[in-house]
Design a protein around this ligand. Sequence first.
Ligand code: NAD
Length: 368
Amino acid sequence: MTTHRICLLPGDGIGPEITAEAVKVLEAIGRRFGVRFEFEEALLGGAAIDATGTALPDETLAAAQSADAVLLAAIGGPKWDSTDPDAPRPEQGLLGIRKALGLYANLRPVRIFEPLIGASTLKPEALEGVDMLIVRELTGGLYFGPRAREREVEGAGAGGSRGMRAYDTCVYTEMEIERIARVAFEAARGRRGRVHSVDKANVLESSRLWREVVHRVHDAEYADVELADQLVDNTAMQLIRYPAQFDVILTENMFGDILSDEASMLTGSLGMLASASLGDGTALYEPSHGSAPDIAGQGVANPLAMLLSVELMLRHSFAMHEAADALARAIEGVLADGWRTRDIAGPETLPQRTVGTSAMGDLVAERI
Ligand code: NAD
């Protein structure tokens, strides 16, 4: 029997609750499709800081590197928020593992589930035909460039300001842009063949290099794909105005972070958006939402973004397309039958069909 080894990183907040549902559903998939999933759990983020003093312990990295795939829930929470630049931060775990595994491509599919159209704040007609993939560069840009906090020279700032100043630097190399551009163009070939490359080339030098390199890769290797440049501020507006125009959105790290949260609202809830982070080695799958500390421990978190991340894992890491289809159908079926967690419940939801995290996991697992 084939065995797939999965490193589980439940993290913080609602992380452990939604991870339990992922395991439940994977076990159901294992039974139905005759494969074995082996799980190894490791600490990341705030939970790791509490236990070891660091957000990414060496054992966690080793467990992730030796697994066939990594499934991460979410990290962070107010307990570890600090303005002390020397204090360990949960995000260091997330950024550290992305960097260490070389996960430079983050894929976030945004699709509308018909039964949830009412959960979106947009009019139903604005959502017709929405099916996009956001390809976000994940290991470059502002999140990884040189940064510092230093004492500013007295009188140097406007109005003679003094005290501290801080900066982060957005750095991209041609190689980083080339490889993420290829991911986007390849993805577009398997979809509707259209890429919007999003930048801020009217202001930023890094964006001008971005645009130049994306076009060079396109013209040399992917001339069959339609390519359009779009400024990030315009994209933020177009995502709400006419989201169906987008097929693949290719963008850098921070723009992708912000635009994908915005795009998640097309689907009605952050609780419905999954992501795959791919590089040259072990891939990592995680929901796009955070650790939702406001609802942690209450058993009401929506596990579906986590389960949709499992679907991506089945496809990209294990080539289990039949199982991935079965999982997608199970989720669609549960939603079509009116079952909702609180975040996606609408005025039309029957009170008896509003369920918690564990019951939602059961409903999906039963349908596998
Ligand atoms: P968040 O995504 O955790 O929550 C935003 C809102 O969406 C909250 O009201 C929350 O209850 C709700 N929500 C999120 N996921 C949900 C789910 N599965 N089911 C139901 N409701 C859900 O974002 P935030 O509040 O800005 O951040 C909270 C913490 O998470 C912070 O510490 C932040 O740094 C961290 N964070 C982590 C990640 C990650 O691990 N990849 C991503 C974003 C934020």
